[in-house]
Design a protein around this ligand. Structure first.
Ligand code: PLP
Length: 317
């Protein structure tokens, strides 16, 4: 008999053996801290069945959270817009996040807080009947770009797939509606690229899977102004530019301007500031990471030790 033939009901021991593997980490859910391998969500959860959820991702670098207040504020704003309610206040949320990191022991961590619509005992179709569910976890910090790509710049493709328009879903609500982005990724892989940028319905540049984009055009650093997640890394870059008197602004970014840019880079909590050296197979500027990108990257990581933004984790013994 194969695993999938109908047959007698399996014994209790046979009922669930997880075929997946997980990174090392700790999660919080239902009032408990558990190893990440045990942090499971019900198949009946609206978050899983309908992507009815919001989340935020913050990182810990060198044992300290970076801009945790800003990530919690963005998370709270998304929750409010979706009419989701947390079972705790911000102080308790902060404690949960700190504890996940401390228990994981990771000094560089990817830390996610998420809230799903949850479930109801009657499997009601009315979202108001569901009990919202908060979860959080800390795993090792990953990056959109690997070491080699950081050295030589990422190779991106520009997709014709339109990013879900803001009229349908406000991108300021950080969400798991990623099918446009994932379709774009496969399209990019088919073209030999490593990642993808999507456009808006009007053809201007939007963002990619988990990152915002910047272009140095005629001496000014530009990033798309609307229809994208207001990334915390994006904001940090704009603030760095302001502090360093580098001209920078958010405005619509055409594909032509992007392709003619002297430098292009992407930004994400997962990797920080990451250079782009090819777009649709064509070199960007000099075809290698540029000096402006390098200077901004250096400042970005320097800000991680700045008391304005760093919040140390207490790891205990
Ligand atoms: N855009 C999208 C769609 C994202 O999901 C993310 C982060 O996950 C970003 C941009 C970058 O935002 P941040 O810099 O806050 O990580």
């Amino acid at each position: 008999m194969t695993r999938f033939d109908a047959g007698p009901l399996p014994s209790l021991e046979q009922q669930h053996r997880d075929p997946q593997r997980y990174p090392d980490g700790v999660a919080w859910l239902d009032g408990q801290y558990v190893p990440i391998s045990q942090a499971k969500v019900s198949v009946l959860d609206w978050g899983f069945l309908h992507s009815d959820a919001t989340y935020d991702t913050v990182h810990v670098w060198n044992g300290a959270f970076f801009r945790l207040d800003d990530h919690i504020a963005r998370f709270r704003a998304g929750l409010e817009r979706l009419r989701l309610q947390l079972p705790c206040d911000d102080t308790q949320l902060r404690t949960i996040l700190h504890n996940c990191v401390a228990l994981s022991g990771h000094r560089e961590a990817y830390v996610e807080m998420l809230c799903t619509r949850g479930t109801s005992a009657s499997f009601s179709r009315d979202p108001r009947d569901a009990q919202n569910r908060l979860m959080a976890f800390a795993i090792p910090l990953g990056s959109v770009a690997n070491e080699e790509q950081m050295q030589r710049g990422l190779h991106l493709a520009l997709s014709d797939i339109a990013r879900i328009p803001p009229q349908s879903l406000d991108p300021a609500i950080k969400n798991y509606h990623w099918l446009d982005l994932v379709r774009g990724l496969y399209e990019a892989y088919d073209q030999g690229a490593e990642n993808v940028l999507l456009r808006h319905i009007n053809g201007t540049v939007a963002e990619g899977p988990g990152f915002n984009v910047f272009a140095l055009v005629e001496g000014t650093v530009l990033t798309p102004d609307t229809g994208v997640l207001p990334g915390i890394t994006r904001r940090t870059v704009l603030e760095i530019c302001a502090e360093e008197a580098i001209p920078a602004r958010a405005q619509p970014l055409s594909v032509a301007a992007l392709k003619a840019a002297d430098e292009v880079f992407i930004t994400s909590t997962a990797g920080g500031v990451m250079p782009v050296s090819r777009l649709d197979g064509i070199p960007v500027g000099a075809g290698k990471p540029g000096p402006l990108t390098a200077a901004v990257t250096k400042r970005y990581w320097a800000w991680h030790a700045d008391e304005r933004f760093a919040e140390p984790v207490e790891y205990g013994r």
